[in-house]
Structures are given as structure tokens and as C-alpha cells.
Design a protein around this ligand. Structure first.
Ligand SMILES: [Mg+2]
Ligand SMILES: [Zn+2]
Length: 185
């Protein structure tokens, strides 16, 4: 298939509860463990030339629970664990603000995703957002992308609260990724 002139597609993954196990305001890299299948999922997207971008709310910074340096260290551990399994994250964006700051970057607001799309020339209409919260699915809606809810992390508990319907409810990140790849072909 000739795909000249086509801008790249991205899968925007949430971090906590989606790529790594949810453990509540994670700030110590040693407490990070990948969700089963995460590296495999990212690797498959890498192989297909689909950008893998992490969009994460880290209000623990705004709440004074930890610093931005802690966020960076946890992010680094995540990328190291993934890359040791042959998987590459193309970029990571996070919102450090408190929910009451009313910033433009806290999900479900699309500030970070729009920034990422601009910096990586992403075609948002053909891209996906995958996360374990209502706000991830709403982010997809606000950005004109397709939203997938994973049942890992807080995912199972979010189903009843959904106001925007996800295009798919996946067992986990690998299930979501397989669905996306199937949706693209
Ligand atoms: Mg999450
Ligand atoms: Zn923010």
C-alpha cells in the first residue's frame, strides 16, 4: 500500500495501570513493575512504524507528594525495562499539576496530546488513546482520536462511570494493541 504523504499514527498510552502496575502515586523506580505483555505490545507497534507516546497525569507533583525528578526517574526506569526487552517509547509527556490548577494539560484535556501531535506530526484522527481511566477515553474524544479502555489498573472500576464510550474494552495493553493492529489492517 502506498502511504506517501501520510502522517504517522500514534498510540498514546497512559502510564500507571496501563504500562506498569498501578501502585498509587508511584514515585520510587524500584516499585515499578511492567504489566504483562507491555513490552511485547510496544515492540509490535515499533515494528509497524507506529509512534508510541506516553501521556501521563502526575498530580502527585502538584499535591506535594513527590518531585518532577521522581517522575523523571520512574519514567526512565520504565523505558529501561521496556528497552531491555526490545521495546522503544518514542516520547513521554506528563502533567505535574494539581487538578484544581485547571491547566490545559491534565487529562482529559488534550493539551499534552496536541503538543505531542505537533512535535511528532501525528495524524490524531487515525490515532489511539489507551488507558485505564475514564479520563483517558475522554481524552481520545477531546482529541478526535479513538479511545480504548484497559481493564488493568483502575480499568474494571471505570466501566460503570463511562460517559464517553470506548471504541473497545481490552483486557490489557497487549489485548488493546492487538485490537489496534487489527483495526489498522
Ligand atoms: Mg492510569
Ligand atoms: Zn497540567
Amino acid at each position: 500500500m502506498l502511504e506517501l504523504n501520510k502522517r504517522p499514527i500514534a498510540v498514546f498510552f497512559d502510564r500507571d495501570g496501563t504500562i506498569n502496575e498501578e501502585s498509587g502515586y508511584l514515585s520510587n523506580p524500584d516499585d515499578l513493575s511492567l504489566i504483562k505483555g507491555a513490552a511485547e505490545a510496544v515492540k509490535r507497534l515499533n515494528t509497524l512504524g507506529i509512534k508510541v507516546i506516553v501521556i501521563s497525569n502526575q498530580s502527585g507533583v502538584g499535591r506535594g507528594y513527590f518531585s518532577e525528578e521522581d517522575v523523571v526517574r520512574v519514567n526512565r526506569r520504565m523505558t529501561e525495562l521496556l528497552s531491555s526487552r526490545g521495546a522503544r517509547i518514542d516520547a513521554i509527556y506528563y502533567c505535574p499539576h494539581h487538578p484544581e490548577d485547571n491547566c490545559e494539560c491534565r487529562k482529559p484535556r488534550p493539551g499534552l496530546l496536541k503538543k505531542a501531535a505537533l512535535e511528532h506530526s501525528i495524524d490524531l484522527g487515525r490515532s489511539y488513546v489507551v488507558g485505564d481511566k475514564k479520563s483517558d477515553v475522554e481524552l481520545a474524544g477531546n482529541a478526535g482520536s479513538k479511545g480504548i479502555l484497559v481493564k488493568t489498573g483502575f480499568g474494571s472500576s471505570q466501566l460503570m462511570a463511562m460517559t464517553t464510550a470506548p471504541i473497545f474494552v481490552a483486557e490489557d495493553i497487549l489485548d488493546a494493541t492487538e485490537w489496534i493492529i487489527n483495526d489498522l489492517t
